[in-house]
Write a protein that binds this ligand. Structure first.
Ligand code: NAD
Ligand code: DAU
Length: 362
């Protein structure tokens, strides 16, 4: 079975690529990735030699019709697992245009290619084919102190990122309703774990706390996210691919709502415990409350009852255990982080935070 994974060199895509190749010996993965700043070949560097017949990398843009068509012409694709996106809210505030190109036009291009190549008139040939669109809980907007996002919650996105993801979700749904393309959408909460680009909250805080750099918490730090360990997300996606119904959407959450302040404190305490104090001071002294993110959603929380009741899936990793595993991974892979701290990330960091990323910088 051939699986087209888009964005396989990113955080969740690379974790899923590893997961599926290990889990199922009968699959071949074709990974289409443009290698933007977030796409890192180092995430999958060992796969070509490990799985010479089962892993194929194609460098290209999901919005490039010709490149996408070539893949469909070369391989009979059974599953499309679509991760590729511009994924960082803060970057979407600084420069939204690329979010529209990749998240909306890119998704449209993939839908069109699947529509043109899949045998929609032949139920036997179509059976088992899936276009899985990986989306986010951010499309639902912000919650107050109570309540949860269900699959029926109305879309109400706040940022250019979440608005572009909402738009792509609508397109995916339309291709199911209008043309019968066997699509499924998943809306997942905040992921963390190995290979996450250090612009996101948890790896950013781990890196800064390790180096003794200030820990910038937006606003009052009371915003709540529902954190899921990335391997749990990968497992949920496979369940959806194998057992989910076309035309459906499934919310995926981690059952781990935490305030940002608590998350940062946990990371500081865990690092102090493992490595000792830094310059004779607890790492929590590095916390700084900085200007809030414009349009900052207050709280996300997932009602995971549909996927639990219909597909029998629940997250397995607690937040405390996941953070311990994540810190362990970052400590064991310093060269991976150093490889990312290149010119373009340093430049982004200075622009976003007005500060330095390491003591070596003047
Ligand atoms: P990421 O930013 O780490 O990786 C994105 C990947 O897509 C990179 O490898 C990048 O090179 C590739 N890419 C970007 N534009 C491309 C293009 N035009 N053509 C081909 N490849 C392109 O993202 P992530 O955090 O792994 O998120 C993956 C998906 O999951 C996204 O669709 C995101 O919206 C969704 N999601 C993320 C989270 C989260 O917490 N990270 C939660 C829910 C949903
Ligand atoms: O909910 C799913 C979404 O989770 C995904 O769709 C996005 O791709 C992913 O980036 C993530 O979005 P968030 O905006 O919630 O994640 P981020 O890591 O950027 O921020 C998490 C929280 O931490 C948020 O409330 C903002 C805050 N924050 C973030 C950064 C980077 C800070 O306080 N300081 C920071 O420096």
């Amino acid at each position: 079975m051939n699986i087209l994974i888009t964005g396989g060199c990113g955080f969740i895509g690379s974790n899923f690529t590893r997961y599926i190749l290990k889990k199922n010996e009968n699959v071949r993965v074709v990974n289409l990735d443009k290698l933007t700043y977030a796409g890192n070949p180092a995430n999958l560097v060992d796969l070509a030699s490990h799985y010479p017949d089962r892993y194929q990398f194609v460098k290209g843009d999901i919005g490039d019709k010709v490149a996408v068509q070539k893949i469909f012409d070369t391989y009979d694709i059974t599953w499309i697992v679509h991760f590729a996106a511009e994924s960082h809210v803060d970057r979407s505030i600084i420069g939204p245009e690329v979010f529209l190109h990749t998240n909306i036009i890119g998704t449209f291009t993939l839908l069109e290619a699947a529509l043109g190549c899949w045998p929609l008139e032949d139920p036997e040939q179509l059976k088992g084919r899936r276009f899985l669109h990986i989306s986010t809980d951010e499309v639902y907007g912000s919650l107050d102190e109570s309540g949860y996002f269900t699959e029926k919650t109305a879309y109400d996105p706040s940022s250019p990122y979440s608005a572009s993801k909402a738009s792509s979700d609508h397109l995916v749904n339309a291709y199911y309703r209008t043309y019968g393309l066997p699509t499924i959408i998943t809306n997942c909460s905040n992921n963390y774990g190995p290979y996450q680009f250090p612009e996101k909250l948890i790896p950013l805080m781990i890196h800064n706390a390790l180096k003794g750099i200030e820990l910038p918490v937006y606003g009052d730090g009371e915003n709540v996210r529902d954190w899921i360990y990335v391997e749990d997300h990968c497992e949920a996606l496979l369940e959806v691919l194998e057992k989910g119904d076309p035309g459906e959407r499934y919310n995926i959450g981690g059952n781990s709502e935490r305030r940002n302040k608590e998350v940062v404190l946990l990371i500081c305490n865990e690092l102090d415990k493992q490595l000792g104090l830094i310059n004779d001071r607890p790492r929590k002294d590095l916390i700084r409350f900085v200007s809030d993110r414009p349009g900052h959603d207050r709280r996300y929380a997932i009602d995971g009852s549909k996927i639990r009741e219909e597909l029998g899936w629940e997250p397995a990793v607690s937040f405390e255990e996941g953070i311990r595993l994540t810190i362990e991974w970052y400590l064991q892979n310093p060269e991976w982080v150093e490889g990312i701290l290149n010119g373009s990330y340093r430049e982004y960091y200075r622009k976003q935070y007005g500060g330095r990323l390491s003591e070596q910088e003047s």
